[in-house]
Design a protein around this ligand. Structure first.
Ligand code: FES
Length: 561
């Protein structure tokens, strides 16, 4: 910070053309709620309030805000809670992905326009944490992340279960006629037994782990379940930390470096984490001025085995991961593959933090040691080929190995809405078909989590559990199946997915990391000339989004941010 840069309550003064008046009137208004000079001489810590009654993942946020405030006050700071946009996967239409960049932009502006020396980014649900990190990277003021924590698991008919890998599994069983109405309703009541984020290694859990890996969270902060003492203590410590980094002016730019992002990719692969996290990491890196590409992901995937036994790649849940020691223990076992010199908000390097951490203990089965991995390297695969020249993603650890090298005829769905036809028997879809969903990329539809198309009911009833599915959409981090996602360039901008016709042969070859449309080049050129882009939104944010969103392989941020 420049020596004369105002701090505390004098930061970001309202412009009245008279600095003295701006300071005087700000204090006058703050005195209305009891703040005096003793209060206002302290470092100011903003706390983002993303609570909403719609957002059940943030249901215990009010208690966490109080815990953070306590930490700020203990450390000699003055906390100010302020509202920002919130995003909830299950109550937003058509997809929160359209609004991640809006939240990032709004949060950045709220951080930058108000007087705060540091900010505690309190989020949790899938898009909130990446949006907040994008905002912090752009605003570049000291920031510490706190998440609301995962839900506890529920129980139905003697089976432990949770959101939302089991949501999908139960729904598939229901579609296949293997469970009845009473059972699906019973499961519905047991899948989300407490407030908090999805308790498998979905996007929220993955992003919490990656945020801790990046050094933007108090160590151990990713895994405590919602509503626990561990979760609250982490929030108190984050409040204290915010005051420390405010005093030191420790900015995200010193923490969000390329080695930190490469560490995050290493952890992502070891987690068997969400494919959505790839897009978010690319976007956060871009905001941080760090070059990060899908090739970096493939490099990590080639080096790092699957170590964490959580759904959908394994069998456990976040509370198991927490009991096993959480992210610090995973980082400890990954130590030889990490850059330990990276800085964190604690002021310590990652290597210094890990000197206090023990390796995975034999009494637990959730975090495997590097010399006894749960699965091989390659849990996430970057696929290229003439259907995805700029790349696509397959979560191999949650796919069916017998479909890794598959050739079959295409059946095409023009949009997420068009996929409603999937149960129509006249389509005569067989298990060998390759189901294509297009116009579901960032420009086409805001990139919803529509990529894991359901198995057609008449095939599910015959016991078919998986088929090759290809799209420019995303899929939930809690989902599973042989689903090739994020095909780039997307169909709506004329990408090759737009050229596929029903019956075209498609070949997926995971060994060679290729996805190809087996149609000759002259015919593809003819189809390309006949391409007509779909209609775009006409007004508002959705128009701005469609006109300026970057492709998935670049992080799907706005081109002007
Ligand atoms: Fe919020 Fe899953 S819906 S984390």
């Amino acid at each position: 910070m420049e020596e004369n840069t105002p701090t505390g309550i004098d930061r970001n003064l309202t412009s009245y053309g008279d600095v003295g008046f701006s300071k005087y009137i700000r204090r006058a208004f703050l005195s209305a709620v009891g703040y005096d000079q003793t209060d206002l001489d302290r470092p100011i810590v903003g706390i983002t309030n993303t609570y909403s009654e719609f957002n059940t993942c943030h249901g215990q946020m009010p208690q966490l805000m109080e815990a953070i405030k306590r930490g700020v006050l203990q450390a000699g700071g003055l906390p100010f809670v302020f509202p920002t946009l919130t995003l909830h996967e299950i109550t937003f239409s058509p997809t929160t992905m359209i609004f991640r960049n809006l939240m990032a932009m709004e949060t950045e502006e709220m951080i930058s326009a108000q007087p705060m020396d540091a900010v505690v980014l309190l989020g949790g649900c899938d898009k909130t944490v990446p949006a907040q990190l994008m905002a912090a990277a752009s605003a570049n003021i000291p920031a510490v992340s706190v998440v609301t924590g995962a839900m506890r698991t529920g129980n139905f008919e003697g089976e432990r279960l949770g959101a939302c890998t089991d949501c999908r599994r139960y729904w598939s069983l229901y579609r296949a006629g293997e469970i009845d109405d009473r059972q699906i309703q019973g499961a519905q009541q047991a899948l989300c037994s407490t407030p908090g984020t999805c308790m498998v290694m979905g996007t929220a859990s993955t992003m919490a782990c990656l945020t801790e890996t990046l050094g933007m969270m108090i160590p151990g902060g990713a895994s405590p379940p919602s509503g626990t003492g561990d979760r609250a203590r982490n929030a108190v410590e984050a409040g204290r930390c915010a005051v420390r980094i405010a005093r030191k002016n420790l900015q995200p730019g010193a923490i969000l470096t390329r080695p930190a992002f490469l560490n995050a990719l290493t952890v992502l692969v070891a987690l068997g984490g969400s494919t959505n996290a790839i897009i978010h990491l690319l976007a956060i890196a871009r905001r941080s001025g760090v070059e990060l590409t899908l090739d970096d992901l493939q490099d990590a995937s080639d080096r790092v085995p699957l170590l964490v036994n959580c759904k959908p790649s394994g069998v456990g849940y976040m509370e198991d991961f927490h009991i096993a020691g959480g992210l610090p223990v995973l980082l400890k076992t990954l130590e030889p593959l990490l850059d330990l010199s990276v800085s964190t908000i604690t002021g310590q390097t990652l290597g210094e933090i890990l000197t206090e951490v023990s390796p995975p203990q034999p009494w637990q089965e959730t975090i495997h040691p590097l010399n006894d991995p749960l699965g091989p390297t390659g849990s996430l695969v970057v696929i290229k080929g003439n259907l995805a020249p700029d790349g696509a993603i397959l979560k191999a650890s949650a796919a069916s190995a017998n479909l890794f090298n598959h050739r079959g005829p295409a059946v095409v769905f023009e949009s997420p809405e068009d996929a409603a036809r999937i149960d129509d028997p006249s389509l005569q879809i067989t298990p060998d078909h390759v189901m294509i969903l297009r116009n579901a990329g960032p420009v086409g539809a805001g990139m919803p989590e529509a990529g894991s198309l359901p198995i057609p009911r008449y095939l599910a009833e015959k016991g078919i559990k998986d088929m090759v599915r290809i799209s420019d959409a995303r899929m939930s981090g809690t989902a599973y199946g042989t689903v090739v996602l994020h095909c780039s360039p997307e169909a709506a901008t004329g990408g090759p997915l737009a050229l596929v016709k029903n019956g075209d042969e498609i070949e997926l070859n995971v060994t060679e990391k290729r996805i190809d449309l087996l149609v000759d080049t002259p015919e593809l050129s003819r189809r390309k000339k006949a391409f007509i882009p779909p209609e775009s939104p006409e007004r508002g944010w959705r128009k701005l989004f469609a006109e300026h969103v970057l492709p998935a392989h670049l992080g799907a941020d706005m081109d002007f941010l």
